[in-house]
Design a protein around this ligand. Structure first.
Ligand SMILES: *Cc1c(COP(=O)(O)O)cnc(C)c1O
Length: 382
């Protein structure tokens, strides 16, 4: 009976706070409320408070928010967009869909984030955006990156899918780029199963953004009472999140402090318990630069080489623990080889990504489960 609730240990269980049901019930009890968008407004107001510099709107996914970003920046065939190859496929896809070439920059092996010191080397006259992704909610080197983008007058985009509630020098991730995008998919710290948001921090993009966001119309001006009718102005789409999803999401945003604290407790427990294996040079642990407050989005370890990683994943599986690797670098994928190009050389991306294992981490994971997982990892190395 001891293992009754312990095993199997999945990689991720979507976060539920308990308040989602009552918010959604409220909408179902009063169907006209479904058309009024009160929860979408509450979500947007929450972000307004968190990042006063930006205007935030909900989207149906982070993928969609990134696609909207590419359209908003006027990305066209022949343009180049700088990013790390160690990222989610949507970071690149959004721009490739518009005909751009992703130019992949190597990562800093300590953080797995784009190496800021290599970005400038990748810039050409065709570069139309720099896209950074804060892996595991650990910030990229934003001072240097903002500086480079300013110097070359290139828009900066944050794929902030991992970064909600995390900061860089006290400022929230997602507040540095001209545009930033968040994901609320089922694996993210705060979720509505499928959803996203986009923040526009550069006011000069706002008018065009509003039109794209609302089917290519000038409805936003109409709703503000600035014009008498609204009509089709340009190309756009239906980007807003469903009100049901927004209710689900808002239930979690209200608990964002608690959810982040809880996650960090689990993250720190892993970190403390696994230190011993670092001393024995079996594994490496994540490094958090002093300028970052992260959000415990991902707990990973690195084995000494790729075969060891595969062995450890298989070993954990025999103990009903699901641990996963992450990401297969885009530049080495079948499509990535055709669609993109690498700037400089790949000193770290392939090597480091091949050693990385993500351990189970989710809101409901217990101290006992983490201790059990760590025991098995120690057993593997004994
Ligand atoms: C999850 C994720 C996405 C995609 O988010 P969706 O909301 O599922 O579309 C994009 N980029 C990164 C870095 C992600 O982790």
């Amino acid at each position: 009976m001891i293992n009754e609730t312990k095993n199997p240990i999945p990689f991720c269980v979507p976060t539920i706070t308990g308040k989602e049901r009552s918010f959604i019930d409220g909408l179902l009890d009063d169907p006209s409320s479904l058309t009024q968008g009160a929860y979408n407004s509450k979500v947007e107001a929450w972000f307004q408070k968190m990042n006063p510099k930006g205007i935030t709107k909900t989207t149906k996914s982070c993928t969609q928010a990134l696609e909207l970003t590419a359209q908003l920046l006027g990305i066209e065939k022949g343009d180049e967009v700088i990013m790390a190859s160690f990222t989610h496929v949507s970071t690149a896809n959004a721009f490739v869909l518009r005909g751009a070439t992703p130019v992949f920059i190597d990562i800093n092996p300590n953080t797995m984030n784009i190496d800021a010191s290599l970005i400038e080397h990748g810039i050409t006259e065709k570069t139309k955006a720099v896209v950074v992704m804060h892996y595991g909610g650990v910030a990229c080197e934003m001072d240097a990156i903002v500086e480079i983008c300013k110097k070359h007058n290139i828009p900066l985009v944050e794929d902030n899918a991992h970064g909600i509630m995390a900061t860089y020098r006290g400022m929230p991730l997602g507040s540095f780029g001209d545009i930033s995008c968040i994901s609320f998919d089922h694996q993210k710290n705060i979720t509505c199963n499928q959803g996203g948001s986009i923040s526009i921090n550069n006011k000069s993009l706002l008018a065009k953004f509003e039109s794209i966001y609302d089917l290519g119309t000038d409805k936003a001006n109409f709703l503000r009472g600035e014009i008498e009718n609204y009509e089709w102005q340009s190309t756009g789409s239906n980007h807003q999140m469903s009100e049901l999803s927004a209710a689900f999401l808002y239930a979690q945003l209200e608990e964002a402090d608690m959810l982040t604290k809880q996650r960090l407790l689990s993250w720190n427990l892993y970190h403390d318990l696994l230190k011993e294996l670092v001393i024995r040079e079996c594994i490496a642990l994540p490094y958090i630069p002093e300028y970052c407050k992260h959000n415990g989005h991902i707990f990973y370890i690195k084995t000494n080489n790729a075969p060891k990683r595969d062995e450890l994943i298989a070993f954990l599986k025999t103990h009903e623990i699901t641990a996963l690797f992450h990401y297969t670098p885009l530049h080495s994928s079948e499509f990535g080889k055709k669609a993109g190009r690498i700037s400089g050389s790949d000193l770290h991306t392939k090597n480091e990504s091949e050693k990385l294992i993500r351990l189970p981490l989710y809101h409901e994971i217990t101290q006992e489960q983490i201790e059990f997982i760590v025991d098995k990892i120690k057993l593997f190395y004994s």
